[in-house]
Ligand binder design. Structure first.
Ligand code: TNX
Length: 491
C-alpha cells in the first residue's frame, strides 16, 4: 500500500522513505482510557497475522516494533475527533486528544496494511508492512451517516453488526435505523406489544419479517458504540404506519384495523392525528426508545403523507417534536416536516439542489440539515441500466454521481454552517439479503463517506477513483459483496 491510498482522503499526507513491519513480537501500548480502541485493533490484527499482540500500558517500557496509541500531544489541527499517525522503521504511533480520534487512526492503519489483513484467517508468509510517513487528519463534518431500512426487509442483529463494521472502516459515525414502516414494525415496545407480535410479522414480498427485542436493539447500540457510531432510531409517522395501524384499530381514523401490507406503494397510511390516544401512543413509544438509546437523536420520519391536510400534518409534527424534546432528545425528521419543526431540530433533506422555501425558512429559525439528495446519496438507486436490484425514480446513481458534489455549497440558499453532514440511505424494497445491501452500498458508501470526512480541498474524482481501486482486494479479503463498477480502475 502507499500512504496515499486511504479512503476517506486524509487532510495531510507526508510520505517518507522506508516502512514499518509488524513482527510477531509486537505489542500494542496504550494510554489509560483508550484500552477499548487497543483491544479493537488487536481483534482486527490477530486473526490474519497470527501474532499475540498483547495490549499493555503505554508506560510499559520502550521497545522497537511496538504500536503506540497515545492520548494527548497530537498535532493541534487534529482537534477533538482527529488523529496523527507517525510511521517510522522503528515505531508506529497514533496520537489523538480523544479515543474517538485514535479509533479513526486505527481505521487508517487498517487500510495501510496489506489487504490480507482483512481475511480473518492466518495468511502465512506475509510481510505486514506499513509505509513510513506522517498523516494529520480530522473530519470536515460531524455527522457522517448511513441509513438502513430494516422495515421493508428485516435485517437480523448479526447482519446489522456486520454492516456497522463496514461503516467503521470508512469513518462513518452515525447509523440511522429506519425501524418502522407500512410493511413492518421492528422494535419491541412493552406498552404496545402487538406492534411487533403482529405488525412485525411481514415485510415486502412474502417474507415473514422479524423484529428486535429491546435486548437485541441494545446489543446493536453497544456494538455501534464500541466503533464510535451513534445509532439514530427512526419511528416513522404519521405516514408509513400501516404496520401500527394493522396492530391497533384505535390508532385509525375510523377505528378499524387495515390488513397488513407487503407491497411497495407509499403515502397511503396515516395515524389519526385528532385523537388524544395517538399522542399517548407516540409518547409511550418514544419514551421506551429514548430509554434504550444513548445517542442524542430520535427521528420521527414525517415523510410522504398524502392523506392529511397541511394544517393537520403541521400540528402533528410540532406536537411530536415537543414530545421528543421532553424525553431529552433532539428531534430529527425528513424535510417535509421542516415547516413545522421546532427550532432545535434537524431535518434530513432528501430533495435536490433546487431551492425549497420551507427548508430555507426553517434554517433561518435554527433548524439544521443532514443532506441526502436522492440523485447522489440513495444507495437503493441503480448504478446503471444493468443493475438488477434497486429503483430508478431518482435516476441511476453511478459512483461518480455519488462522489462529485459538495455538501458545503449544495443548497445555494442555505449557509454551510447549517449543514451538519451527509447521509446515505439504503431503502430495502428490492433488497433480499445482506449481500444485496453490500452490493448497493459498495463502492458508493465510501464515496459519500469521503464527502463527509475529507477537506473540500482534497475533493478530486481522479484521485478518489485511483485510491478506491486498491480497496476491491480488501473487500474480497473481507468477503464483502460489491459492484465492480467500470468507473473504477480496480487493481
Ligand atoms: C422514498 S426518501 C422514501 C422511502 C422509499 C424510498 C425508495 C423518503 C423519506 N421516503 O419511503 O423507501 O423513496 O427509494
Amino acid at each position: 500500500m502507499a500512504l496515499f491510498d486511504v479512503v476517506p482522503a486524509p487532510a495531510v499526507v507526508e510520505p517518507a522513505p522506508g516502512s514499518f513491519t509488524l513482527q510477531v513480537s509486537a505489542r500494542i501500548r496504550v494510554s489509560p482510557r483508550a484500552e477499548g480502541v487497543a483491544s479493537y485493533l488487536a481483534d482486527v490484527l490477530r486473526p490474519s497475522t497470527g501474532f499475540a499482540l498483547p495490549v499493555v500500558q503505554l508506560e510499559d517500557g520502550d521497545r522497537d516494533g511496538d504500536i503506540l496509541l497515545v492520548l494527548g500531544e497530537a498535532d493541534p489541527r487534529t482537534g477533538r475527533h482527529g488523529y496523527e499517525l507517525m510511521v517510522t522503521g522503528r515505531l508506529l504511533v497514533i496520537r489523538a486528544e480523544e479515543p474517538v480520534g485514535l479509533f479513526a487512526g486505527v481505521q487508517t492503519l487498517r487500510q495501510l496494511l496489506p489487504a490480507e489483513v482483512e481475511s480473518g484467517s492466518p495468511a502465512a508468509g506475509m510481510a505486514w508492512a506499513v509505509p513510513a510517513g506522517r498523516i494529520v487528519d480530522f473530519p470536515r463534518f460531524g455527522y457522517r451517516g448511513a441509513m438502513l431500512d430494516v422495515a421493508r426487509r428485516f435485517f437480523p442483529v448479526d447482519e446489522v453488526r456486520r454492516f456497522i463494521d463496514h461503516l467503521a472502516l470508512y469513518k462513518v459515525n452515525h447509523l440511522h435505523l429506519h425501524l418502522t414502516d407500512d410493511q413492518g414494525w421492528r422494535i419491541a415496545v412493552k406498552q404496545w406489544p402487538n406492534l411487533t407480535l403482529y405488525g412485525g410479522g411481514t415485510e415486502v414480498g412474502d417474507g415473514s419479517g422479524g423484529y428486535y427485542e429491546q435486548s437485541d436493539y441494545s446489543e446493536i447500540v453497544a456494538h455501534a458504540a464500541e466503533r464510535f457510531i451513534t445509532i439514530v432510531p427512526e419511528i416513522d409517522m404519521p405516514g408509513h404506519t400501516n404496520a401500527a395501524l394493522a396492530s391497533y384499530p384505535e390508532l385509525n381514523e375510523d377505528g378499524r384495523a387495515p390488513d397488513r401490507y407487503t407491497g411497495i406503494e407509499v403515502g397511503f397510511s396515516a395515524l389519526c392525528v385528532t385523537r388524544e390516544l395517538t399522542y399517548q401512543f407516540v409518547d409511550e413509544v418514544f419514551e421506551e426508545v429514548a430509554r434504550l438509546t444513548p445517542g442524542p437523536y430520535l427521528h420521527m420520519g414525517g415523510d410522504e403523507v398524502k392523506t392529511l391536510e397541511p394544517e393537520a400534518y403541521d400540528g402533528f409534527v410540532t406536537r411530536v417534536q415537543r414530545i421528543i424534546a421532553a424525553h431529552g432528545k433532539t428531534p430529527m425528521a425528513w424535510h417535509e416536516a421542516a415547516r413545522a419543526a421546532v427550532g432545535s431540530s434537524i431535518a434530513h433533506y432528501w430533495g435536490t439542489a433546487a431551492a425549497d422555501a420551507d427548508v430555507t425558512a426553517a434554517v433561518a429559525r435554527g433548524v439544521r440539515l443532514v443532506l441526502c439528495p436522492p440523485n447522489r446519496t440513495y444507495l437503493d438507486m441503480k448504478y446503471d441500466d444493468s443493475t438488477v436490484l434497486g429503483q430508478r425514480w431518482a435516476g441511476v446513481v453511478g459512483v461518480r454521481d455519488a462522489y462529485d458534489w459538495d455538501p458545503g455549497s449544495y443548497l445555494s440558499d442555505v449557509d454551510s454552517t447549517a449543514v451538519l453532514g451527509v447521509e446515505a440511505p439504503l431503502w430495502s424494497e428490492t433488497i433480499r439479503s445482506l449481500a444485496d445491501a453490500e452490493f448497493m452500498a459498495f463502492p458508493r458508501l465510501p464515496a459519500l463517506a469521503e464527502l463527509g470526512w475529507s477537506p473540500a480541498s482534497a475533493h478530486d474524482w481522479e484521485s478518489f477513483r485511483q485510491r478506491l481501486a486498491t480497496h476491491g482486494r480488501r473487500w474480497d479479503a473481507m468477503g464483502l459483496t460489491y459492484f465492480p463498477s467500470p468507473e473504477i480502475p480496480w487493481r
